[in-house]
Design a protein around this ligand. Structure first.
Ligand code: PHE
Length: 518
């Protein structure tokens, strides 16, 4: 630790009434040390000080030699004078030394001290003044020089160096004392009681101090990006779907979506099955009055003119369309198992919620737009970009006379709102949509095409069993919330964003997000 200079400064001030100059009083102490002591003393008004920047000149090794022994040119002049009858140029180095000969000869000529007579050097004047040496002696004694031209000249000749030094002119402050006294930071009951508050040394408020960082909650980046997407959906007239059930039946997660019961997607590979309870109850007679249903799934008002949802009929329709085919579809033609669709799973996508909400819509079919953003679960190998749980952003549009072109057009508007202006579509497969399209977007920030979502038009095999009218078409699309968040925040490993390895400092300090800005 640097030595504490508070005591030496107070002592030096007590010894004299005149201000002290730091580099004279403490020549070997670095000015930063002095400064920190002055700040401590200054904040208590024990000292006052002025800062002075000074340029200090010191001699180089060569400068030092000249100050002691005279300049090169004087040596040359003296050698020429001593030769009496001219000095052979080639003899000069032998007499004054190589360095003196080289520099000194030129300078002596320049100053007009010597002249050349064939190959002999002769004096050109009676006597000379060694002004270089005189300048250097002045520098040596005072560390300054009034003549700026001379300074520049000596510097060019590498005889001196210039250095900036900070010095302080220190004087006693209004609260000067010989000792650094402890200051009280709190007014206590005892001080008030004893009356000592009148005499104690109270530390003044430091209004320049930075406040301690306040601890406050911080939104996770996923929450920030989620809110941006919610705003986009709301602005486009979407209603939010209730996503409060992580545990779903196989029915809503798969069967309602026309996913065959042997489909590899139901494979233990991708789906987490619930062990206890392993199965849901079969559908109830009067679901509208079922007290076990979550509130968000109850109809808003009893005064609805819609016919009640008949889950029994719907269930039978789903069995028919899978097993034998219905509504013009030949179905999958396999023995459909009711047990399989009652198995409980962690939902693998939020399309289970979309199916549920579309089924409710069938009670009162109308053009409608729905969205949800919530967590889904997949039994996948965890790596830098995959976790076993993530968040899906899902949108659904139901209307009459919708076309695939309309879906593409909508996607262009939707993704433009998050700054993605070029899209490409690739045919894909989902059991519940036909046609299906993967969506790719050109990401200006990354400078490349990235897969951004999956979409399609829901199949009649999914919609008609619900009781939706034959001419109603429904778009659906989904994307992950993690992907745009990672791109926006420049996170390349998902484990830095979600889970126990997340750096809380990153969560607390990350900026707000603007999807449409790169
Ligand atoms: N469920 C699909 C997925 O998990 C997304 C999707 C939703 C696709 C709706 C089409 C229609 O990727």
């Amino acid at each position: 630790m640097a030595s504490d200079m508070t005591k030496p400064i107070l002592d030096a001030l007590s010894a004299s009434d005149a201000p002290i100059i730091s580099n004279q009083a403490f020549p070997s102490i670095p000015s930063t040390n002095v400064k920190s002591a002055l700040d401590r003393l200054g904040s208590r008004q024990m000292v006052e000080y002025e800062t002075m920047d000074r340029e200090v000149i010191s001699l180089t090794e060569e400068g030092e030699t000249i100050a002691n022994n005279g300049s090169h040119e004087v040596k040359v002049f003296q050698a020429v004078v001593a030769a009496m009858d001219g000095l052979k140029i080639s003899d000069l180095p032998g007499i004054v030394g190589k360095d003196n000969a080289k520099v000194g000869q030129g300078n002596a000529f320049k100053k007009g001290w010597i002249k050349k007579d064939k190959d002999l050097l002769r004096p050109n004047t009676e006597s000379v003044v060694d002004d270089t040496r005189e300048l250097l002696m002045t520098v040596k004694n005072t560390q300054t020089l009034g003549d700026q031209k001379a300074i520049a000249d000596l510097k060019r000749r590498k005889l001196i160096t210039l250095q900036k030094v900070v010095t302080f002119k220190i004087s006693k402050g209004p609260k000067y004392a010989k000792e650094f006294v402890k200051e009280e930071t709190d007014l206590t009951f005892d001080m008030l009681n004893s009356g000592s508050w009148k005499t104690v040394n109270l530390k003044p408020y430091n209004f320049k101090a930075k406040g301690a960082p306040t601890t406050a909650g911080a939104l996770h980046p996923l929450n920030k990006v989620r809110q941006e997407f919610r705003n986009i959906f709301f602005e486009m007239g979407f209603e939010e779907m209730p996503t409060n059930r992580y545990v779903e039946t196989g029915f809503w997660n798969f069967d309602a979506l026309f996913v065959p019961q042997q489909h590899p997607a139901r494979d233990l590979q991708d789906t987490f099955y619930i062990a206890d309870p392993a199965k849901a109850d079969p559908p109830r007679e009067d679901p509208l009055n079922d007290p076990h249903r979550p509130k968000s799934a109850q109809p808003a008002s009893k005064a609805t003119t819609a016919k009640p949802l008949d889950y029994k009929d719907y269930w039978e329709n789903v069995r028919e369309v899978h097993q034998n085919g219905k509504y013009g579809s030949i179905g999958y033609r396999y023995p459909w198992s009711a047990d399989e669709c009652l198995r409980l799973v962690l939902r693998t996508h939020t399309t289970s919620v979309s199916a549920y909400v579309l089924h409710k819509l069938a009670a009162d079919p109308r053009p409608a737009r729905f969205f949800s953003i919530d967590r889904v679960f997949r039994n996948e190998a965890v790596d830098a970009t995959h976790l076993a749980e993530f968040h899906q952003i899902e949108g659904v549009i139901a209307d009459f006379g919708l076309t695939l072109g309309g879906l593409i057009g909508f996607m262009e508007v939707f993704f433009a709102k998050m700054g993605i202006h070029q899209l490409r579509f690739k045919p894909a497969y989902n059991p519940y949509t036909e046609p299906s399209m993967e969506i790719f977007g050109y990401h200006d920030g990354l400078g490349k095409w990235v897969e951004i979502g999956n979409s399609g038009m829901f199949r009649p095999e999914m919609l008609e069993p619900m009781g939706l009218p034959k001419d109603m078409r429904v778009y659906g699309w989904g994307l992950s919330l993690e992907r745009p968040t990672m791109i926006k925040y420049g996170v390349s490993n998902i484990r830095e964003l979600v889970g126990h390895k997340v750096d809380l400092n990153f969560i607390e300090t990350n900026p707000a997000v603007r999807l449409e800005k790169d």
